[in-house]
Design a binder for this molecule. Structure first.
Ligand code: DX5
Ligand code: ZN
Length: 228
């Protein structure tokens, strides 16, 4: 069965005013966000702290319907599968770098009722994914070193996206880090269809316009990548 890829824009609320997490999140959804990308950091896997499942659960109690992806920048992703499932998270995206048995974590996430996202730091070669791409719903290619918003996109990372798109034409591929109106074309051309944008959306006075620009650019290239 052919799966038709679509462009999805998932703003990251990391650099929003987190004292107003609900209002900021709802505003993004009202402005056209397809999903929310929630950056969870443990101060160990990355040199920063953000928030965890208690906050995600509170946000879920106020926002019932939106698709929540948690980007788990944590050293022990297995530990938070159940709490995040309990918070009604839709997709659990974890990094392969600290994990010994990636397929096991993928299966546990699925068993807990969530979609599986597999994330790669900039230093991790893309071909490691061949062993478990069948177990993943999505691959996240980090285009910055994870830990902080507002960094510059590392252009060479897009070669990983190109490789994935060539090898897996129907795979959901997400990019995260330094993505905004000035860098979206390169991401879309490489074949990314799920777009995380933090500061480019949060800092904009016209969030709806930025989100539309990102989506339109991806849609423009999706057809082209399909017919390759
Ligand atoms: C970085 C996070 C990103 C970040 C993106 O470690 O994973 O999701 O918030 O922010 P921008 O779009 O500003 O790079
Ligand atoms: Zn992220």
């Amino acid at each position: 069965m052919t799966k038709y890829l679509s462009a999805k824009i998932g703003p990251s609320i990391l650099n929003a005013n987190l004292a107003q997490l609900y209002e900021e999140s709802q505003k993004l959804l009202d402005n056209g966000a397809d999903y929310l990308h929630l950056d969870v950091m443990d101060g160990h896997f990355v040199p920063n702290l953000s928030f965890g499942h208690p906050i995600v659960k509170c946000l879920r109690s106020k926002i019932k319907d939106a698709f929540f992806e948690t980007h788990m920048m944590v050293s022990n992703p297995e530990q938070w599968i159940e709490p995040m499932a309990d918070a009604n998270v839709n997709q659990y995206t974890f990094h392969v770098e600290p994990v010994e048995d990636v397929p096991l974590i993928c299966r546990k996430i699925k068993e807990a009722g969530m979609k599986v996202g597999v994330a790669l730091k900039p230093g991790t070669p893309v071909d490691v994914t061949t062993d478990y791409v069948d177990l993943a719903d999505m691959i996240l290619i980090m285009t910055v070193e994870p830990g902080f918003g507002g960094q510059k996109l590392m252009e060479p990372m897009l070669q990983k996206v190109t490789w994935l798109r060539e090898n897996y034409p129907e795979l959901d591929i997400e990019v995260d880090g330094g993505v905004g109106p000035t860098t979206i074309e390169a991401c879309a051309k490489a074949g990314a269809n799920m777009i995380v944008a933090g500061t480019a959306v949060i800092n904009s006075t016209d969030q709806a316009k930025v989100i539309t620009t990102l989506r339109d650019t991806v849609n423009c290239y999706l057809g082209e990548n399909k017919s390759k």
